[in-house]
Write a protein that binds this ligand. Structure first.
Ligand code: F6P
Ligand code: MG
Length: 452
Protein backbone atom coordinates (compact mmCIF):
# COMPACT_ATOMS: atom_id res chain seq x y z
CA UNK A 1 0.00 0.00 0.00
CA UNK A 2 1.36 3.43 -0.96
CA UNK A 3 2.14 6.05 1.67
CA UNK A 4 -0.55 8.51 2.77
CA UNK A 5 0.09 11.72 0.79
CA UNK A 6 0.73 15.04 2.57
CA UNK A 7 -2.09 17.39 3.59
CA UNK A 8 -3.17 20.33 1.46
CA UNK A 9 -1.43 23.52 2.54
CA UNK A 10 -1.24 27.18 1.55
CA UNK A 11 2.52 26.76 1.22
CA UNK A 12 1.70 25.35 -2.22
CA UNK A 13 0.65 28.38 -4.30
CA UNK A 14 -1.07 26.11 -6.84
CA UNK A 15 -3.44 24.73 -4.16
CA UNK A 16 -6.80 26.39 -3.45
CA UNK A 17 -5.47 26.69 0.09
CA UNK A 18 -3.29 29.59 -1.04
CA UNK A 19 -6.00 31.94 -2.47
CA UNK A 20 -8.15 30.93 0.51
CA UNK A 21 -5.59 32.25 3.00
CA UNK A 22 -4.47 35.14 0.85
CA UNK A 23 -7.81 36.46 -0.38
CA UNK A 24 -10.95 34.66 0.79
CA UNK A 25 -10.28 34.61 4.52
CA UNK A 26 -9.26 38.30 4.71
CA UNK A 27 -12.51 39.16 2.89
CA UNK A 28 -14.58 37.02 5.27
CA UNK A 29 -12.95 38.77 8.25
CA UNK A 30 -13.40 42.25 6.72
CA UNK A 31 -17.08 41.50 6.25
CA UNK A 32 -17.41 40.75 9.96
CA UNK A 33 -15.78 44.07 10.83
CA UNK A 34 -18.01 45.95 8.35
CA UNK A 35 -21.13 44.26 9.65
CA UNK A 36 -20.33 44.94 13.31
CA UNK A 37 -19.41 48.54 12.54
CA UNK A 38 -22.60 49.17 10.57
CA UNK A 39 -24.84 47.45 13.13
CA UNK A 40 -23.14 49.01 16.15
CA UNK A 41 -26.22 50.97 17.26
CA UNK A 42 -28.57 47.98 17.05
CA UNK A 43 -26.17 45.56 18.75
CA UNK A 44 -25.31 47.97 21.56
CA UNK A 45 -28.99 48.55 22.26
CA UNK A 46 -29.84 44.86 22.19
CA UNK A 47 -26.94 43.79 24.42
CA UNK A 48 -27.16 46.22 27.31
CA UNK A 49 -26.26 49.75 26.23
CA UNK A 50 -23.01 51.63 26.79
CA UNK A 51 -21.12 48.76 28.43
CA UNK A 52 -21.71 46.69 25.30
CA UNK A 53 -20.27 49.49 23.16
CA UNK A 54 -16.82 48.99 24.71
CA UNK A 55 -17.05 45.23 24.22
CA UNK A 56 -18.08 45.63 20.61
CA UNK A 57 -15.06 47.85 20.07
CA UNK A 58 -12.81 45.15 21.54
CA UNK A 59 -14.51 42.48 19.40
CA UNK A 60 -13.98 44.50 16.22
CA UNK A 61 -10.36 45.09 17.27
CA UNK A 62 -9.76 41.37 17.83
CA UNK A 63 -11.17 40.43 14.40
CA UNK A 64 -9.06 43.11 12.70
CA UNK A 65 -5.99 41.82 14.52
CA UNK A 66 -6.79 38.27 13.45
CA UNK A 67 -7.02 39.44 9.84
CA UNK A 68 -3.63 41.09 10.15
CA UNK A 69 -2.20 37.92 11.71
CA UNK A 70 -3.36 35.83 8.71
CA UNK A 71 -2.13 38.33 6.15
CA UNK A 72 1.31 38.55 7.75
CA UNK A 73 1.55 34.79 8.43
CA UNK A 74 1.93 35.13 12.20
CA UNK A 75 2.28 32.03 14.42
CA UNK A 76 -0.83 30.39 15.91
CA UNK A 77 -1.35 31.33 19.57
CA UNK A 78 -3.03 29.25 22.27
CA UNK A 79 -6.67 30.15 22.91
CA UNK A 80 -7.38 32.44 25.87
CA UNK A 81 -11.09 31.94 26.52
CA UNK A 82 -12.43 29.48 29.05
CA UNK A 83 -14.95 27.58 26.93
CA UNK A 84 -14.73 23.82 27.63
CA UNK A 85 -13.00 22.99 24.34
CA UNK A 86 -10.21 25.59 24.71
CA UNK A 87 -7.97 23.19 26.67
CA UNK A 88 -8.43 20.50 24.04
CA UNK A 89 -7.54 22.95 21.32
CA UNK A 90 -4.42 24.08 23.15
CA UNK A 91 -3.32 20.49 23.74
CA UNK A 92 -3.93 19.77 20.05
CA UNK A 93 -1.89 22.84 19.06
CA UNK A 94 1.00 21.66 21.26
CA UNK A 95 0.75 18.15 19.73
CA UNK A 96 0.91 19.55 16.21
CA UNK A 97 3.91 21.71 17.07
CA UNK A 98 5.70 18.64 18.46
CA UNK A 99 4.91 16.61 15.38
CA UNK A 100 6.19 19.40 13.20
CA UNK A 101 9.43 19.61 15.15
CA UNK A 102 9.93 15.88 14.99
CA UNK A 103 9.45 15.97 11.25
CA UNK A 104 11.80 18.87 10.77
CA UNK A 105 14.19 17.49 13.39
CA UNK A 106 14.74 21.01 14.61
CA UNK A 107 14.29 22.46 18.00
CA UNK A 108 14.27 26.17 17.58
CA UNK A 109 14.82 28.12 20.76
CA UNK A 110 12.80 31.07 19.56
CA UNK A 111 9.31 30.47 21.03
CA UNK A 112 7.47 32.24 18.26
CA UNK A 113 9.15 29.97 15.72
CA UNK A 114 7.74 26.93 17.47
CA UNK A 115 4.23 27.22 16.17
CA UNK A 116 2.00 26.62 13.22
CA UNK A 117 1.53 29.34 10.65
CA UNK A 118 -1.32 30.19 8.30
CA UNK A 119 0.62 29.79 5.08
CA UNK A 120 3.01 27.03 6.19
CA UNK A 121 0.93 24.32 7.80
CA UNK A 122 -2.04 22.06 7.04
CA UNK A 123 -4.86 24.11 5.50
CA UNK A 124 -7.64 22.19 7.22
CA UNK A 125 -6.07 22.66 10.64
CA UNK A 126 -5.40 26.36 10.13
CA UNK A 127 -8.84 27.06 8.68
CA UNK A 128 -10.62 25.37 11.62
CA UNK A 129 -8.35 27.27 14.00
CA UNK A 130 -9.33 30.51 12.27
CA UNK A 131 -13.05 29.98 12.98
CA UNK A 132 -12.25 29.02 16.57
CA UNK A 133 -10.29 32.28 16.92
CA UNK A 134 -13.27 34.25 15.58
CA UNK A 135 -15.34 32.68 18.33
CA UNK A 136 -12.63 33.36 20.90
CA UNK A 137 -13.04 37.06 20.11
CA UNK A 138 -16.68 36.94 21.11
CA UNK A 139 -16.11 34.54 24.03
CA UNK A 140 -13.71 37.05 25.59
CA UNK A 141 -16.64 39.47 26.00
CA UNK A 142 -19.10 39.29 28.83
CA UNK A 143 -22.26 40.98 27.51
CA UNK A 144 -21.55 39.82 23.96
CA UNK A 145 -20.24 36.42 25.04
CA UNK A 146 -20.89 33.83 22.35
CA UNK A 147 -22.30 36.43 19.93
CA UNK A 148 -22.66 34.89 16.45
CA UNK A 149 -20.97 37.29 14.03
CA UNK A 150 -22.38 35.31 11.07
CA UNK A 151 -26.03 35.13 12.21
CA UNK A 152 -27.23 37.98 9.99
CA UNK A 153 -25.65 36.49 6.85
CA UNK A 154 -27.26 33.11 7.56
CA UNK A 155 -30.67 34.66 8.10
CA UNK A 156 -30.40 36.71 4.88
CA UNK A 157 -29.43 33.55 2.98
CA UNK A 158 -32.49 31.75 4.34
CA UNK A 159 -34.80 34.58 3.26
CA UNK A 160 -33.32 34.70 -0.24
CA UNK A 161 -34.24 31.05 -0.81
CA UNK A 162 -38.00 31.52 -0.43
CA UNK A 163 -38.98 30.53 -3.99
CA UNK A 164 -36.93 27.32 -4.12
CA UNK A 165 -38.10 26.44 -0.63
CA UNK A 166 -41.71 26.96 -1.66
CA UNK A 167 -41.39 24.64 -4.68
CA UNK A 168 -39.54 21.96 -2.76
CA UNK A 169 -41.94 21.87 0.19
CA UNK A 170 -45.02 21.79 -2.07
CA UNK A 171 -43.55 18.84 -3.92
CA UNK A 172 -42.77 17.11 -0.64
CA UNK A 173 -46.39 17.55 0.47
CA UNK A 174 -47.53 15.80 -2.74
CA UNK A 175 -45.14 12.93 -2.05
CA UNK A 176 -46.39 12.61 1.53
CA UNK A 177 -50.00 12.36 0.29
CA UNK A 178 -49.02 9.76 -2.29
CA UNK A 179 -47.21 7.67 0.34
CA UNK A 180 -50.37 7.44 2.43
CA UNK A 181 -51.35 4.69 -0.02
CA UNK A 182 -49.36 1.75 -1.42
CA UNK A 183 -46.35 2.89 -3.45
CA UNK A 184 -44.37 0.56 -5.75
CA UNK A 185 -40.74 -0.03 -4.77
CA UNK A 186 -39.52 1.59 -7.99
CA UNK A 187 -41.20 4.83 -6.94
CA UNK A 188 -39.72 4.75 -3.44
CA UNK A 189 -36.30 4.40 -5.06
CA UNK A 190 -36.98 7.23 -7.50
CA UNK A 191 -38.15 9.62 -4.76
CA UNK A 192 -35.19 8.63 -2.57
CA UNK A 193 -32.88 9.58 -5.42
CA UNK A 194 -34.61 12.93 -5.89
CA UNK A 195 -34.52 14.00 -2.25
CA UNK A 196 -30.97 12.72 -1.77
CA UNK A 197 -29.77 14.68 -4.78
CA UNK A 198 -31.68 17.84 -3.90
CA UNK A 199 -29.95 17.68 -0.52
CA UNK A 200 -26.61 17.16 -2.29
CA UNK A 201 -26.97 20.19 -4.58
CA UNK A 202 -28.29 22.24 -1.68
CA UNK A 203 -24.63 22.19 -0.63
CA UNK A 204 -23.75 24.53 -3.51
CA UNK A 205 -24.87 27.44 -1.40
CA UNK A 206 -22.53 27.86 1.56
CA UNK A 207 -21.41 31.32 2.52
CA UNK A 208 -17.72 30.66 3.06
CA UNK A 209 -17.01 29.77 -0.57
CA UNK A 210 -18.82 32.92 -1.74
CA UNK A 211 -17.10 34.94 1.00
CA UNK A 212 -20.49 35.81 2.46
CA UNK A 213 -22.15 36.72 -0.84
CA UNK A 214 -25.79 35.65 -0.53
CA UNK A 215 -27.12 34.06 -3.71
CA UNK A 216 -30.81 34.11 -4.60
CA UNK A 217 -32.45 30.72 -5.08
CA UNK A 218 -35.41 30.94 -7.32
CA UNK A 219 -34.94 27.80 -9.37
CA UNK A 220 -37.02 24.67 -9.06
CA UNK A 221 -34.66 22.28 -7.23
CA UNK A 222 -36.21 19.12 -8.73
CA UNK A 223 -36.05 20.42 -12.31
CA UNK A 224 -32.35 21.21 -11.79
CA UNK A 225 -31.41 17.59 -11.12
CA UNK A 226 -31.36 16.42 -14.73
CA UNK A 227 -29.34 19.50 -15.76
CA UNK A 228 -26.75 18.79 -13.09
CA UNK A 229 -26.57 15.04 -13.76
CA UNK A 230 -23.38 15.02 -15.82
CA UNK A 231 -21.60 17.02 -13.12
CA UNK A 232 -22.13 14.23 -10.63
CA UNK A 233 -18.72 12.56 -10.85
CA UNK A 234 -19.32 9.71 -8.41
CA UNK A 235 -22.90 8.55 -8.03
CA UNK A 236 -23.38 5.95 -5.31
CA UNK A 237 -27.12 6.69 -5.01
CA UNK A 238 -27.98 3.04 -5.70
CA UNK A 239 -25.51 1.78 -3.11
CA UNK A 240 -26.93 4.25 -0.56
CA UNK A 241 -30.47 3.11 -1.32
CA UNK A 242 -29.38 -0.54 -1.08
CA UNK A 243 -27.81 -0.02 2.37
CA UNK A 244 -30.87 1.79 3.71
CA UNK A 245 -33.57 -0.43 2.28
CA UNK A 246 -31.72 -3.48 3.58
CA UNK A 247 -31.43 -1.93 7.07
CA UNK A 248 -35.12 -0.99 7.02
CA UNK A 249 -36.02 -4.55 6.05
CA UNK A 250 -33.78 -6.30 8.59
CA UNK A 251 -34.86 -3.95 11.40
CA UNK A 252 -38.52 -4.05 10.44
CA UNK A 253 -38.66 -0.35 9.55
CA UNK A 254 -36.76 0.68 12.67
CA UNK A 255 -33.57 1.99 11.07
CA UNK A 256 -31.74 5.03 12.38
CA UNK A 257 -30.11 7.53 10.03
CA UNK A 258 -27.64 10.19 11.19
CA UNK A 259 -27.20 13.38 9.18
CA UNK A 260 -24.07 15.39 9.90
CA UNK A 261 -25.32 18.81 8.85
CA UNK A 262 -23.44 21.47 6.97
CA UNK A 263 -24.97 24.84 6.07
CA UNK A 264 -27.95 26.81 7.33
CA UNK A 265 -30.30 28.44 4.79
CA UNK A 266 -31.55 26.56 1.75
CA UNK A 267 -29.24 23.58 2.33
CA UNK A 268 -30.74 22.92 5.76
CA UNK A 269 -34.25 23.01 4.26
CA UNK A 270 -33.20 20.41 1.66
CA UNK A 271 -31.83 18.23 4.49
CA UNK A 272 -35.06 18.52 6.47
CA UNK A 273 -37.08 17.56 3.38
CA UNK A 274 -34.82 14.57 2.74
CA UNK A 275 -35.19 13.50 6.38
CA UNK A 276 -38.97 13.84 6.10
CA UNK A 277 -38.92 11.59 3.05
CA UNK A 278 -36.90 8.95 4.93
CA UNK A 279 -39.53 8.90 7.70
CA UNK A 280 -42.51 9.04 5.30
CA UNK A 281 -41.17 6.15 3.22
CA UNK A 282 -40.27 4.02 6.25
CA UNK A 283 -36.63 3.86 5.15
CA UNK A 284 -35.84 5.27 8.61
CA UNK A 285 -37.76 5.51 11.86
CA UNK A 286 -35.39 7.93 13.57
CA UNK A 287 -33.10 10.71 12.35
CA UNK A 288 -30.27 12.12 14.45
CA UNK A 289 -29.05 15.48 13.15
CA UNK A 290 -25.60 16.70 14.14
CA UNK A 291 -25.19 20.47 14.26
CA UNK A 292 -22.26 22.68 15.34
CA UNK A 293 -21.80 23.87 18.92
CA UNK A 294 -20.52 27.29 17.76
CA UNK A 295 -20.56 29.47 14.63
CA UNK A 296 -18.41 27.68 12.07
CA UNK A 297 -17.19 28.22 8.49
CA UNK A 298 -19.58 31.17 8.16
CA UNK A 299 -22.80 29.32 7.39
CA UNK A 300 -22.71 25.97 9.25
CA UNK A 301 -25.85 25.18 11.25
CA UNK A 302 -25.64 25.82 15.00
CA UNK A 303 -28.36 24.78 17.45
CA UNK A 304 -29.48 28.42 17.48
CA UNK A 305 -29.75 28.43 13.66
CA UNK A 306 -31.75 25.22 13.83
CA UNK A 307 -34.28 26.82 16.21
CA UNK A 308 -34.34 30.08 14.27
CA UNK A 309 -35.04 28.21 11.02
CA UNK A 310 -37.88 26.10 12.39
CA UNK A 311 -39.46 29.06 14.19
CA UNK A 312 -39.34 31.13 11.02
CA UNK A 313 -40.71 28.39 8.82
CA UNK A 314 -43.59 27.87 11.19
CA UNK A 315 -44.53 31.54 11.06
CA UNK A 316 -44.34 31.77 7.26
CA UNK A 317 -47.47 32.58 5.39
CA UNK A 318 -47.11 29.45 3.25
CA UNK A 319 -49.25 26.40 3.88
CA UNK A 320 -46.77 23.70 2.82
CA UNK A 321 -43.89 25.27 4.75
CA UNK A 322 -45.77 25.92 7.97
CA UNK A 323 -47.56 22.55 7.96
CA UNK A 324 -44.31 20.68 7.43
CA UNK A 325 -42.74 22.64 10.17
CA UNK A 326 -45.47 21.67 12.63
CA UNK A 327 -44.95 18.07 11.66
CA UNK A 328 -41.19 18.40 12.29
CA UNK A 329 -41.72 19.98 15.67
CA UNK A 330 -43.91 17.00 16.57
CA UNK A 331 -41.08 14.66 15.42
CA UNK A 332 -38.70 16.52 17.70
CA UNK A 333 -41.05 16.18 20.66
CA UNK A 334 -41.48 12.46 20.01
CA UNK A 335 -37.70 12.01 19.52
CA UNK A 336 -38.32 10.69 16.02
CA UNK A 337 -35.95 13.49 15.19
CA UNK A 338 -33.12 14.44 17.50
CA UNK A 339 -30.70 17.30 17.06
CA UNK A 340 -27.42 17.45 18.97
CA UNK A 341 -24.08 19.25 18.81
CA UNK A 342 -20.87 17.54 19.90
CA UNK A 343 -17.70 19.65 20.27
CA UNK A 344 -15.71 17.21 18.13
CA UNK A 345 -17.30 18.79 15.05
CA UNK A 346 -15.61 22.09 15.91
CA UNK A 347 -12.17 20.54 16.41
CA UNK A 348 -9.54 20.40 13.63
CA UNK A 349 -9.17 16.61 13.78
CA UNK A 350 -9.80 14.45 10.78
CA UNK A 351 -12.43 11.73 11.19
CA UNK A 352 -10.00 8.83 11.29
CA UNK A 353 -8.94 10.32 14.66
CA UNK A 354 -12.49 10.41 16.08
CA UNK A 355 -12.33 7.08 17.94
CA UNK A 356 -9.28 8.32 19.90
CA UNK A 357 -10.24 11.95 20.38
CA UNK A 358 -13.99 11.55 21.02
CA UNK A 359 -14.80 7.88 21.61
CA UNK A 360 -18.25 8.84 22.93
CA UNK A 361 -19.21 10.41 19.60
CA UNK A 362 -17.68 7.50 17.69
CA UNK A 363 -19.78 5.05 19.74
CA UNK A 364 -22.89 7.16 19.28
CA UNK A 365 -22.40 7.10 15.49
CA UNK A 366 -21.74 3.35 15.61
CA UNK A 367 -25.36 2.85 16.73
CA UNK A 368 -26.55 4.30 13.44
CA UNK A 369 -27.62 2.28 10.41
CA UNK A 370 -26.45 4.89 7.94
CA UNK A 371 -24.55 8.16 8.39
CA UNK A 372 -24.85 10.95 5.85
CA UNK A 373 -22.10 13.58 5.87
CA UNK A 374 -23.07 16.81 4.19
CA UNK A 375 -20.77 19.16 2.37
CA UNK A 376 -17.22 20.00 1.54
CA UNK A 377 -15.73 20.43 4.99
CA UNK A 378 -17.10 17.07 6.19
CA UNK A 379 -15.64 15.48 3.06
CA UNK A 380 -12.25 17.06 3.70
CA UNK A 381 -12.30 15.65 7.23
CA UNK A 382 -13.46 12.23 6.03
CA UNK A 383 -10.54 11.92 3.61
CA UNK A 384 -8.04 13.78 5.85
CA UNK A 385 -7.72 16.69 3.35
CA UNK A 386 -4.77 15.03 1.65
CA UNK A 387 -3.26 15.38 -1.78
CA UNK A 388 -4.74 12.07 -2.91
CA UNK A 389 -4.48 10.79 -6.42
CA UNK A 390 -8.14 11.24 -7.53
CA UNK A 391 -8.38 7.55 -8.48
CA UNK A 392 -7.71 6.47 -4.86
CA UNK A 393 -10.73 4.62 -3.51
CA UNK A 394 -13.02 6.38 -1.03
CA UNK A 395 -12.59 3.42 1.39
CA UNK A 396 -8.81 3.83 1.35
CA UNK A 397 -9.01 7.61 1.87
CA UNK A 398 -11.25 7.12 4.94
CA UNK A 399 -8.19 5.55 6.62
CA UNK A 400 -10.19 3.13 8.74
CA UNK A 401 -12.98 5.52 9.75
CA UNK A 402 -16.09 3.39 9.70
CA UNK A 403 -18.43 3.75 12.68
CA UNK A 404 -21.29 2.50 10.44
CA UNK A 405 -22.11 2.42 6.71
CA UNK A 406 -21.75 5.98 5.50
CA UNK A 407 -22.15 8.34 2.61
CA UNK A 408 -20.83 11.77 1.70
CA UNK A 409 -22.96 14.27 -0.26
CA UNK A 410 -20.55 16.93 -1.35
CA UNK A 411 -20.19 19.62 -4.00
CA UNK A 412 -16.50 20.15 -4.77
CA UNK A 413 -15.06 23.31 -3.23
CA UNK A 414 -11.44 22.35 -2.72
CA UNK A 415 -8.70 20.52 -4.55
CA UNK A 416 -9.12 17.19 -2.86
CA UNK A 417 -11.21 14.41 -4.39
CA UNK A 418 -11.09 10.60 -4.52
CA UNK A 419 -13.03 7.77 -6.10
CA UNK A 420 -12.75 8.97 -9.71
CA UNK A 421 -12.18 6.78 -12.77
CA UNK A 422 -8.91 7.28 -14.66
CA UNK A 423 -9.37 10.17 -17.13
CA UNK A 424 -12.37 11.63 -15.33
CA UNK A 425 -10.52 14.53 -13.74
CA UNK A 426 -8.95 15.48 -17.07
CA UNK A 427 -12.35 15.45 -18.79
CA UNK A 428 -13.80 17.72 -16.09
CA UNK A 429 -10.77 20.02 -16.31
CA UNK A 430 -11.30 20.34 -20.08
CA UNK A 431 -14.86 21.42 -19.51
CA UNK A 432 -14.38 23.67 -16.48
CA UNK A 433 -11.02 24.76 -15.12
CA UNK A 434 -12.69 25.48 -11.78
CA UNK A 435 -14.32 22.06 -11.48
CA UNK A 436 -12.67 21.36 -8.14
CA UNK A 437 -13.42 24.62 -6.40
CA UNK A 438 -16.60 26.20 -7.76
CA UNK A 439 -19.24 23.99 -6.08
CA UNK A 440 -20.62 23.10 -9.55
CA UNK A 441 -19.43 19.48 -9.58
CA UNK A 442 -20.30 16.88 -6.98
CA UNK A 443 -19.84 13.39 -5.58
CA UNK A 444 -22.13 10.98 -3.75
CA UNK A 445 -19.63 8.57 -2.23
CA UNK A 446 -20.88 5.68 -0.12
CA UNK A 447 -18.93 3.13 1.89
CA UNK A 448 -20.63 0.01 3.10
CA UNK A 449 -17.78 -1.61 4.93
CA UNK A 450 -14.40 -0.79 6.38
CA UNK A 451 -11.32 -0.94 4.14
CA UNK A 452 -9.32 -3.91 5.39
O1 F6P B 1 -12.81 24.63 0.27
C1 F6P B 1 -13.34 25.86 0.29
C2 F6P B 1 -14.26 26.06 1.44
O2 F6P B 1 -14.71 27.35 1.58
C3 F6P B 1 -13.61 25.61 2.70
O3 F6P B 1 -13.28 26.68 3.42
C4 F6P B 1 -14.60 24.72 3.34
O4 F6P B 1 -14.07 23.46 3.44
C5 F6P B 1 -15.73 24.68 2.42
O5 F6P B 1 -15.43 25.31 1.28
C6 F6P B 1 -17.03 25.08 2.99
O6 F6P B 1 -17.96 24.38 2.31
P1 F6P B 1 -19.05 23.47 2.97
O7 F6P B 1 -20.00 24.42 3.58
O8 F6P B 1 -19.63 22.72 1.82
O9 F6P B 1 -18.38 22.58 3.96
MG1 MG C 1 -20.31 24.84 5.58
Amino acid sequence: RSKTPPPLSAKDPSSFAYPTMKDRIPVILSKIVDHLTRQKGVIVQEYGGEAAREELKALIGAISELRHSVMTNKPAKPLRDSRRDALLWNAELARQINLKQEEEETCSRDESEQSLRWFDDAWLWMECYLYRRVQEASLMCSLLKGFDVFAQQKQDAFKSAYKSMSQLTMYLQEVISKFKGQVPESEVRECFKEFLQVSLWGNKCDLSISAGQVMTHDHNPMAQLSLLKHRLMVDDTNAAYGILSKAAEVKERKARVDIVLDNAGFELVTDLCFAEFLITSGLASQIVFHAKSMPWFVSDVTLEDWDWTLNNMKRMNHIAISELCQRWQAYLQAKTWIVEAHDFWIMPNTYNEMHNVSPDLFNRLSESDFIIFKGDLNYRKLVSDRQWDPTTSFERALRGFHPAPLCSLRTLKCDCVVGLEPGQSQAAENEDVNWMIGGDWAVISACQRRDS
